[in-house]
Write a protein that binds this ligand. Structure first.
Ligand code: GDP
Ligand code: IMO
Ligand code: MG
Length: 422
């Protein structure tokens, strides 16, 4: 399989978890490189459903080493509960999980600040997952964060935490929020540290040894291209680099060790949270929600839905260097008479074939659509590309060509076997 970076080509929730689980079969190591427990990756193994937030989706296959890389922000309480939950479901984690010493830690004041900032933004809110992600990355950049290596050294941790709680309580009080009890936070984090200590390691050295010896590594992206802190629809983004470059900085594996970039995209578009979405459509949202689909895996919020936006995915190819595409949720379009695809934007009297950086301009963009005939046939039982209706194949080929990358995988359901390789 070679070293593969997997990213989301849209606004997150593209079905990365499912495709990672499928690709993990050929990998020996799976690494998460950015984001935190804002992510929710759904994987079905048989009839059992798993939702992974911090632990790489590769954990569901035995004997695969799963690494939480240096670029991730870790909520230790959340991670302990994820580990406990997996153990209860019979998944082995003890020998398969490693957490970077350098990964930054998310604290209750990060979550509180996330909440307070959203409240103050009112109708301009980002619609965050309220997991404290923005404030945690903010502390990392401001060089006042704490890392996993600090968390697992109780004496050092106590001193650092005291200072951080003191400063953050002043901020929280000024914002009219409740200050935090040092004792409570310290005790709960010390207990979590006791559980996590055996997993904490120098993952950069481990990955270096692995890549030098030719082991196949899969880099598991979270969120999606347009939630990237640099390349997304700022400020309606998350706080990490969700694009392919983030896999290098977030793991310590250099670019010249990477072999290919696989992007996952839905056959249509979804977004959860605020911010522009030019191809948003009530017609497709109502249809998908009525089928019980497109509710968030982390927050349960109904996802906003729209037609496939090829301007956006073409842009994603530019910033990620996408080689191969995996298109998921093809079955979501099975009942439609006609299917629209956004191929350009009209705004300010101009036609654009790229995503403008000016968020106010982007918010005014109107989609220019081309229409494709629907296949009006259930696809969820189809297992071979050649057996897909010709109209479905034409549609998938067309959206791949517009995106500018090679179609390799088509998915017609959440299960492993509902996957076709081209
Ligand atoms: P992720 O965050 O990118 O891993 O995606 P999520 O798990 O948040 O959301 C994707 C949803 O689509 C999940 O409920 C998956 O089980 C589901 N899914 C993935 N691929 C397919 C598919 O081809 N068809 C259907 N019906 N569901 C899919
Ligand atoms: P996965 O990995 C979809 C969105 C939030 C919000 C914005 C900022 O499952 O694809 P944050 O809590 O990160 O500060 O929120 O980003 N968001 C996601 N949307 N999928 C995700 O992850 C997301 N993680 C964050 O809804 O709009
Ligand atoms: Mg998700």
């Amino acid at each position: 399989m070679a070293n593969t970076i997997l990213v989301g080509a849209q606004w997150g929730d593209e079905g990365k978890g499912k495709i990672i689980d499928v690709l993990t079969e050929q990998a020996e190591i799976v690494v998460r490189t950015q984001g935190g427990n804002n992510a929710g990756h759904t994987v079905f193994v048989g009839l059992k459903k798993y939702v992974l937030h911090l632990i790489p989706s590769g954990i569901l296959r035995p004997r695969k080493l799963c690494i939480i890389g240096n670029g991730v922000v870790v909520d230790p309480i959340g991670l302990v509960s994820e580990i406990t939950g997996l153990r209860k479901l019979g998944i082995k984690v003890d020998e398969n999980l490693m957490i970077s010493e350098q990964a930054h830690v998310v604290f209750p004041y990060h979550r509180e600040l996330d909440e307070q900032r959203e409240l103050r933004k009112g109708k301009n809110k980002i619609g965050t997952t309220k997991r404290g992600i923005g404030p945690a990355y903010g502390d990392k950049a401001a060089r006042v964060g704490m890392r996993m290596i600090d968390l697992i050294h109780p004496e050092r941790f106590e001193v650092l935490l005291k200072a951080r709680i003191k400063e953050n309580n002043e901020v929280l009080k000024a914002l009219g929020a409740k200050p935090l009890s040092f004792k409570k936070v310290y005790e709960s984090y010390r207990d979590a540290a006791d559980v996590l200590r055996p997993f904490v390691a120098n993952t950069v050295v481990r990955l270096h040894e692995a890549t030098v010896s030719g082991v196949n590594v899969l880099f598991e992206g979270a969120q999606g291209t347009f939630l990237d802190i640099d390349h997304g629809t700022y400020p309606f983004v998350t706080s990490s680099n969700t694009t392919s470059g983030g896999a290098c900085t977030g793991s310590g594996v250099p670019p010249n060790r990477m072999d290919r970039v696989v992007a996952v995209m839905k056959a249509y578009t979804t977004r959860v949270g605020e911010g522009p979405l030019p191809s948003e459509s009530a017609e497709i949202a109502d249809m998908l929600h009525a089928m019980g689909r497109e509710f968030g895996a982390t927050t349960g919020r109904a996802r906003r839905c729209g037609w496939f936006d090829a301007v956006a995915t073409g842009h994603a190819t530019m910033v990620n260097g996408i080689d191969d595409l995996a298109i998921t949720n093809v079955d979501g379009l099975d009942t439609l008479e006609t299917i629209k695809v956004c191929v350009a934007y009209r705004c300010g009297g101009k036609t654009l074939n790229y995503v403008p950086n000016d968020i106010e301009l982007f918010a005014q963009c109107e989609p220019v659509y081309v229409e494709f005939p629907g296949w009006k046939t259930p696809t969820h039982e189809i297992r071979e590309w050649k057996k897909l209706p010709v109209r479905a194949r034409n549609y998938l080929k067309a959206i791949s060509d517009l995106t500018g990358a090679k179609l390799r995988i088509a998915s017609v359901g959440p299960a492993r076997e509902q996957t076709m390789f081209l």
